[in-house]
Design a protein around this ligand. Structure first.
Ligand code: TRP
Length: 333
């Protein structure tokens, strides 16, 4: 086991989709074999948008179940819920003293959310990056497997770590994004517009909870055209996207066949989509079924959360103690 510590947070809102799977979970599963890992459901972060209290529990249970079904092993990693770790909000409070209003306001995700919910531009939204930094620094993590959209937040975590170290003495390593040296993947959406994402295009996004029928329907609706009529026609984006999706779930021979068909202007997109749909179904079905089974077994999920909480608090309480001392909050000795 290497010594660098890995931390990542999983949004508790919404259903996990293929973008989450290939962008994040697959890396978690690889990392759990090599590094001490802390993975958690970021339920506090979800409060920045005022979610329905009744949905919080089913969402948290589902996200846990889907991650475990995707291969995350609660025996190998600390898998926990953010709000189970009181040390996180305490460190968050401390880091907020090092975070400037100006830099928080400049954060891209803040500007976007403030635009989307102008009636609810709350302080939690503004300080989202400090809470995320606390999540990471509380375990002194060096590596954070996250997608591109989180790079700015990570940069801020590095700034806060540096500021803390500079002011109070070396305590935190600087956390960096880490994805085994592979380019951060973007999973294209089925409508040829951007990436799979819940907020942008629900119907062009494949979820790990989608039934076989829904998967087939979504794939068959993907945008195509008449096909190339001349050799060496460059592929339009929406066709390239279908090939990119195929590369995730289909066998090499299948992909080669359709590439050749395209090159020879013989491609039948209907057949290609049918093939892609079946390969997607085969890929998603076992994950979905395992996740459903786990969600029914609340006892097991509670045991997993509890054991994750114990592991995470063990590490978090040590760091917090050091941070308090470094800041001079040390009144009983
Ligand atoms: N902000 C991340 C997202 O939207 C979730 C998250 C919260 C996170 N805390 C984190 C990710 C700490 C990595 C590390 O996906």
């Amino acid at each position: 086991m290497k010594k660098e510590i890995v931390v990542s947070g999983i949004r508790s809102t919404g259903f996990l989709h293929l973008g989450n799977y290939f962008g994040a979970i697959r890396n978690y599963v690889r990392m759990q074999e090599e590094y001490p890992c802390y993975f958690f459901v970021a339920d506090y972060h979800s409060l920045t948008t005022h979610p329905d209290p009744l949905l919080l529990k089913p969402n948290v249970y589902r996200v846990l179940a889907e991650n475990i079904a995707s291969g995350l092993d609660p025996e190998k990693v600390a898998l926990y819920v953010q709000s189970d770790i009181p040390e996180i909000p305490e460190l968050y409070l401390m880091l907020n003293m090092l975070a400037y209003k100006g830099e928080l306001e400049k954060t891209a995700s803040f500007k976007e959310k403030a635009r989307n919910q102008p009636d609810n531009v709350n302080a939690g939204l503004l300080t989202y990056p400090t809470l995320m930094s606390a999540d990471i620094l509380i375990h002194k993590a060096s590596f954070v497997p996250v997608g591109k959209d989180q790079e700015q937040h990570l940069e801020m975590a590095r700034n806060f770590a540096q500021r803390f170290n500079h002011r109070y003495g070396e305590l935190f390593p600087e956390p960096h994004p880490f994805n085994f040296g592979e380019a951060l993947v973007k999973i294209p959406s089925l409508d040829g517009q951007g990436k799979m994402s819940k907020s942008e295009n629900e119907n062009a996004t494949l979820y790990l909870a989608d039934t076989d029928e829904v998967i087939r329907k979504k794939v068959m609706k993907a945008k195509t055209d008449q096909g190339p009529s001349e050799e060496n026609t460059p592929m339009p984006d929406y066709i390239q996207n279908l090939f990119d999706l195929m590369k995730l779930v289909s066998g090499e021979e299948v992909i080669r066949k359709y590439q050749l068909d395209y090159a020879q202007c013989q491609i039948r997109y209907g057949d290609m989509k049918k093939q892609l749909a079946e390969d997607m179904v085969d890929f998603i079905r076992p994950i979905r079924e395992k996740a459903i089974e786990l969600q029914k077994d609340e006892d097991t999920l509670r045991k997993i959360m509890k054991s994750g909480k114990d592991k995470a608090r063990d590490s978090a309480s040590k760091t917090l103690e050091e941070a308090r001392k470094a800041m001079g909050i040390n009144f009983y000795c």
